[in-house]
Design a protein around this ligand. Structure first.
Ligand code: F6P
Length: 548
């Protein structure tokens, strides 16, 4: 394995040890060209990675590592439809979903036909021609889905339509906790509400039970079985299961097994986004992603944005010892980006064995977390600046506001982002802290005692990913960038980014636990252990007591 033991990884380990003794600020000062040399641009996005603990030699070493891992041929394999997901014996062709023309690939005609059906559906709903059982236009659309059938559309809808327009308002329900659906439906009118049941498998417990509850809600409001067709659409690979649920074939938009759930927002899973933002906007989202696909496929490694970001991830995690990664969007509209990226990166690369099935002897994906700036500054940034853990950061920064900046608050938002970046880099020495305390009138003794608490080591690695404005194209490019970065890292870690077996055991045990919970009437003590373990049985008893 390349990371485990190769001349490139050994050289990089030595360089990392050497660079730990240097400072990012000093490297920036010594090299007038550093900002330029440690930047790259693609599809309207600009990556500045000059504030990483990285020099030209180590960057060259990382590119050599990528060559050793044969990233180029893995990219070719991805785009050419090879079965890059061997445990499920499938390709991963989400790029086809955003390709604008018909390609040689036989799947592309079906993609375009489905896109056309989506466009018609959006036109029907936005023009008010689609009517509910009372004869009135649909006013609210509720997307029922979870994981990839929720996070992508939810993020893109919120990012592109911060204020609900005249179009039907779009809502999202994911959790099986009844409070989720209840909270969304309470103010809505059943006669003017349409549900889109999004589930690649059409077998996901949360989605199916929420869809059943939605149907009961419509029935309770007087909808007849024949009315349901006006109130339910489905997006799934499992048309039979959708039909069994009662959603007619004409109301089902297809999805394909070569699209992973977390890569599916570009398919009909994105229908709710297209309804919320309008078709042109959704089409631009696809174009932005397509632009990044072309760049990723064609750009040389040293200018390839997804590859460079992946190499930074590998550098920070594998060679500098980071176990987590923060993504901080300085854009309220992107506040859900960390949620989306958590599934993308951790479901893809949270693996413990190689593609060949051998246990890894190094760490794979870091824990990804984050929140919108400036909110996080008043919460967890303390740890970023003074905590003992290394937390590499991606700042995401649209440079101009999406609307008018009448009172200059957006400029302040940008200033805060740049200030956080500079503070992470330069820090503050104890001597500087002492001087500042001195100036504020503290005695020498007080200044000496307080200085260690005010000092900040700085030298904390981070990138700034900026773009002129949060347009649909920029968003499409941004999300595709992280998809491809995730893939490159999987190649370097030698893992399969496209399966997710780790979620299955919990689902199986969930069924057993539910059986055990419902096995004995409420109020009766479980005489027999539920066949599970004493701790789970004890919790089930506590549940019974609370529900008696
Ligand atoms: O349980 C994990 C998962 O399978 C994700 O990979 C997927 O995005 C989500 O559940 C929802 O799956 P589905 O779209 O099949 O309902």
């Amino acid at each position: 394995m390349t990371l485990h033991d190769s001349p490139e990884s050994r050289a990089l380990a030595q360089q990392a040890a050497k660079l730990q003794q240097t400072s990012i600020a000093a490297m920036l000062e010594e090299d007038a060209d550093r900002v330029h040399s440690f930047s790259a641009e693609a599809a309207g996005l600009h990556l500045d990675f000059s504030r990483h603990l990285l020099d030209r030699d180590s960057l060259a070493g990382l590119l050599a590592l990528a060559q050793r891992a044969d990233v180029r041929s893995r990219i070719n394999a991805l785009f050419s439809g090879e079965h890059v997901n061997p445990t499920e014996d499938r390709p991963a062709l989400h790029m086809l979903l955003r390709a604008s023309g018909v390609s040689d690939d036989p799947r592309s005609a079906e993609v375009l036909a489905t896109r056309e059906r989506m466009r018609e559906c959006v036109a029907l709903l936005r023009s008010g021609r689609h009517r509910g059982f009372g004869g009135h236009p649909i006013a609210d659309v509720v997307n029922i889905g979870i994981g990839g059938s929720d996070l992508g559309p939810r993020l893109t809808s919120e990012a592109l339509t911060p204020v609900p327009s005249a179009a039907p308002r779009v809502h999202y329900v994911a959790n099986i906790d009844p409070e989720d659906l209840h909270g969304i439906l309470a103010p809505l009118n059943p006669a003017t509400t349409l549900f889109i049941v999004c589930s690649k498998s059409f077998g996901t417990e949360e989605t199916l039970h929420n869809a059943l509850a939605a149907r009961r809600w419509l029935r309770d409001a007087g909808a007849a079985d024949a009315d349901m067709a006006a109130h339910f659409l489905a997006v799934t690979t499992n048309l039979q299961a959708a039909a069994d649920f009662g959603i007619p074939a004409d109301n089902c938009l297809p999805l394909w097994d070569w699209v992973g759930g977390r890569y599916s927002l570009w398919s009909a899973i994105g229908l709710s986004t297209a309804i919320a933002t309008g078709w042109d906007s959704f089409a631009d989202l696809l174009r932005g992603a397509e632009g990044m696909d072309r760049h990723f496929r064609d750009a040389p490694p040293e200018r390839n944005l997804p590859l460079l970001m992946s190499l930074l991830e590998i550098w920070c995690c594998h060679f500098l010892g980071a176990g987590n990664h923060a993504v901080l969007p300085y854009a309220h509209r992107l506040r859900r980006l960390p949620d989306f990226l958590q599934q993308l990166t951790m479901e893809s690369n949270g693996k413990r064995v190689s593609r060949g099935g051998a246990a890894l002897d190094y760490s794979s994906a870091p824990v990804l977390w984050g929140a919108a700036g400036t909110i996080g500054q008043h919460s967890f940034h303390q740890l970023l600046h003074q905590g003992t853990r290394l937390c590499p950061v991606d700042f995401i920064l649209p440079l101009a506001p999406a609307g008018a900046d009448v009172d200059g608050r957006h400029a302040r938002l940008v200033a805060n982002c740049l200030a956080q970046s500079r503070a992470l880099m330069v820090g503050r020495s104890e001597e500087e802290a002492r001087q500042s305390l001195d100036q504020r009138g503290h005695s020498d003794a007080e200044a000496t005692a307080l200085a260690p608490h005010l000092a900040m080591p700085g030298n904390r690695p981070h990138s700034i990913l900026s773009f002129p404005q949060l347009t649909p194209r920029a968003l499409g490019a941004l999300l595709a960038l992280y998809e491809h970065r995730t893939f490159c890292s999987s190649v370097l870690w030698d893992i399969n980014a496209f399966d997710q077996w780790g979620v299955e055991l919990g689902k199986e045990i969930g069924r057993q636990v539910h059986d055990a919970m419902s096995g004995t009437p409420l109020g009766e003590k479980i005489s027999q252990p539920g066949g599970l373990d004493s701790a789970t049985d004890a919790m089930i008893r506590r549940w019974r007591d609370a529900n008696t």
